[in-house]
Design a protein around this ligand. Sequence first.
Ligand SMILES: Nc1ncnc2c1ncn2[C@@H]1O[C@H](COP(=O)(O)OP(=O)(O)OP(=O)(O)O)[C@@H](O)[C@H]1O
Ligand SMILES: [Mg+2]
Length: 471
Amino acid sequence: MITLSLAEIAEVVGGRMHDIPDASAQVTGPVVRDSREAGPGSLFVAFVGERVDGHDFASAVVEAGAAAVLGSRPVGVPAIVVDDVQAALGALARHVVRRLGTTLVALTGSAGKTSTKDLIAQVLRRMAPTVFTPGSMNNEVGLPLTALTATEETKFLVLEMGARGIGHIRYLCELTPPKVGLVLNVGSAHIGEFGGRDQIAQAKGELVEALLPAEEGGTAILNADDALVRAMASRTKAKVILFGESDEADVRAENVRLTDSGQPSFRLHTPSGASDVTMRLYGEHHVSNALAAAAVAHELGMSADEIATALSEAGSLSRWRMEVTERPDGVTVVNDAYNANPESMKAALRALVAMGKGRRTWAVLGKMAELGDEALAEHDAVGRLAVRLNVSKLVAVGGREARWLQLGAYNEGSWGEESVHVSDAQAAVDLLRSELRPGDVVLVKASRSVGLESVASALLETGAEGEVAAR
Ligand SMILES: Nc1ncnc2c1ncn2[C@@H]1O[C@H](COP(=O)(O)OP(=O)(O)OP(=O)(O)O)[C@@H](O)[C@H]1O
Ligand SMILES: [Mg+2]
């Protein structure tokens, strides 16, 4: 964060100073909401949560060196007091981002935001210092906190933006106005909350509506392969760059294939040259993510060769997304339990089959949450796809949705033990412990709320007679 005095911060957020002996005292950062992260020169943001009231930690953070608390009531130690802490945090981020003048890249979409954000950061940071969202901190609190970690050295600030309704992205864009706005896809994530795909498109498209006109440097980067995203071109005054596998895309992939280990390889075409990419990440869905990252990097001045090298060397920065681990006994565990939606389920199943060529493949799948009226049809479709792709064994874990999944597989023609339903994660672990054989490949995937990563970690413990080698 840049250095600001308490008086400056109070002015920016429209707050009142309480118990502050020296208004010229400097906040050097970081700005934190977790009291354990407060240190010398930091600003502690006190939120009143359902179970915890941040104000209760005011004395502790000041003892740890924090310059002040930003909160909604006086706390007996230096504090800037406002009516709305979230709005104040947003105003501070907006002020700092404006002053810094870094190039701000924002991205949204139904699936792949974090994976793509991690790719963009790994490509751009080869060119200049880059700050990016840690993990998935993409909401009205995480986004400003991330923006506030930028410093004078930061050339690129890459921010993931999430939405659970209309107006959310617009709000985030007001806090941190992007120069480059990328929309990945409009899928079914959170469709229950939004009410339908068109509403999701409406909400995600707020990103390109917020961009500056082309003459002032605004650039919208849109997925040419997704009709609802492609159509957002008419909602922006920014320059439009298309990425995808379609011929009309400015940044394209040709000769896309999965290697025998399930890693995508393709020829990257940009308006200024072409180069070959073989990724370290697993699953064909990363091609789209990589093209999106390439389009951003090309727009910001990198050559096709530089981008291709960076994409080929990029690793996974966030946990439980197609995390591939070899057990000493030759069983491969693919932990993709971070989250699931219909698109990512299908991509993960395809990756499983590619990396499991000639081996037994297991898909241990649970519910995809928040699908509203489409829940039955989507679970049915995933079960059917597992059979069509010839996955050797399907283990559907959990309640009603898992039954639909297994029934889809059954109706598509799986028989006997090829597809089974188990009631919970422990039952899945018990089954796998007794059935897995050396050489098998196991994919574990469900929505975040199911917590299937416990299955993946139990499987890794089981096989860990020696060191577990992570690829
Ligand atoms: N382009 C894509 N299309 C479909 N699925 C994808 C794509 N990219 C990643 N995924 C899968 O979607 C899941 C979520 O990925 P990721 O965390 O990158 O998405 P996200 O949009 O950041 O999710 P969240 O909304 O939880 O922040 C993972 O299981 C991943 O394998
Ligand atoms: Mg995310």
